[in-house]
Write a protein that binds this ligand. Structure first.
Ligand code: UDP
Ligand code: MG
Length: 341
């Protein structure tokens, strides 16, 4: 297999240094307990790219597997010159594993896919070709998806509709891991939570050109899915975050400050009216509910206003400190073989 590789394996550096031999493509695969799938996966990717003329690396991110996937990856990398492995210290979740992959990938194009062979590597050249038509992000669409209907397909359908509605990006299938990105795009985006499925939305905010292509999907042959119904809830929570980020993140003062200001104005108006009754007309105002309302409005207004100011400060810090990674790498395994003959 490796005999057909026509390009030096020395582009890989243990650190994130600039490489002179940048491959065209990095295939980023998050791996959590996929030991049985790994050999098939590597072979399928190599077969798919062998005659494509695309230079590539396969970047596997082991997300704290407990079934020996990490050990197998290390072994495999000794005779697989395209394979680079990043081992995370513990299980951080698929999003963090993908973020690590994005950081260590060296290709001009990054393709992500699942390590369980549910995505078909044969689709990779298709996505790359589409990307080369001038897109920044090409998302796979599992038109004929092979997962359980009630626990997976139905919640996913609803989630997809909601996400499209809230984010304004019109895709059929946000959950499909098989996606292709221009690497500059990826380096601008920060990931956490279950946010990897919102990458198209985040990319959209960055002004990316986005499209989708139908891709194959297979049922899992080895191992089992790491997710159940619980993920849908977390995805919905993340959707709220995205909604919030889209609307308020950059200018919290516009929301909180504005309402605080309105509340203060109303409170002042009422207080003025009550003061006129008391001082001007000599009426007693001590037992009037209106007095309580005026006081509540004033206090709430001042609170909201100061909250808006604080949020504004926080957001500044947030935006300035975005370089903090959400994972800690234990080790990076590079191909140890010299150039393949
Ligand atoms: N995965 C991961 N960390 C996790 C859970 C999953 O890296 O904590 C990887 C997993 O190995 C697979 C991909 O994410 O390559 C998708 O996971 P899975 O197949 O379980 O999800 P599903 O296809 O059922 O949505
Ligand atoms: Mg899967």
């Amino acid at each position: 297999m490796s005999a057909s590789f026509h390009f030096s394996s020395r582009y890989g550096h243990p650190t994130l240094g600039l490489s002179t031999h940048q491959p065209d493509l990095s295939v980023v695969v998050p791996i959590y307990n996929e030991v049985e799938n790994l050999p098939h996966l590597l072979e399928a990717i190599a077969t798919a790219l062998e005659h494509s003329g695309i230079t590539y690396e396969i970047l596997c991110v082991d997300d704290g597997s407990k079934d020996g996937s990490a050990e197998l990856l290390k072994q495999l990398s000794s005779h697989h010159s395209h394979l680079r492995t990043v081992l995370l210290r513990r299980n951080y979740g698929q999003t963090a594993a993908m973020a690590a992959g994005f950081n260590y990938a060296q290709g001009r194009i990054i393709v992500t896919l699942d390590g369980d062979l549910q995505n078909d590597p044969l689709d990779i050249p298709l996505l790359v070709a589409k990307l080369n038509e001038g897109y920044d992000l090409v998302s796979g669409w599992r038109k004929d998806r092979k997962d359980a209907t009630l626990t997976r397909l139905l919640p996913s359908k609803i989630a997809n509709l909601l996400i499209a509605r809230v984010t304004g990006v019109q895709l059929h299938d946000y959950g499909c891991s098989l996606k292709a990105y221009r690497s500059e795009l990826v380096s601008d985006m920060n990931l956490y939570g279950e946010l990897h499925r919102f990458l198209p939305a985040l990319a959209f905010i960055e002004g990316a050109r986005i499209t989708e292509v139908p891709v194959r999907h297979h049922a899992r042959r080895f191992g089992h899915s790491k997710y159940g119904l619980g993920r849908t809830l977390r995805v919905l929570a993340d959707l709220l975050t995205i909604y919030f980020m889209k609307r308020f993140l950059t200018r919290p003062m516009h929301v909180f400050g504005l309402w605080g200001f309105v509340s203060i104005l109303l409170g002042l108006g009422l207080a003025g009216y009550l003061a006129f009754l008391k001082i001007g007309l000599g009426e007693s105002i001590g037992d009037r509910p209106l007095l309580i309302l005026a006081v509540v409005l004033l206090i709430t207004g001042i609170q909201l206003f100061s909250f808006g100011l604080l949020a504004e400060l926080l957001m500044r810090t947030y935006h300035e400190s975005q370089n903090r990674p959400i994972y800690r790498v234990r080790e990076v395994v590079e191909p140890s073989t010299p150039d393949t003959p």
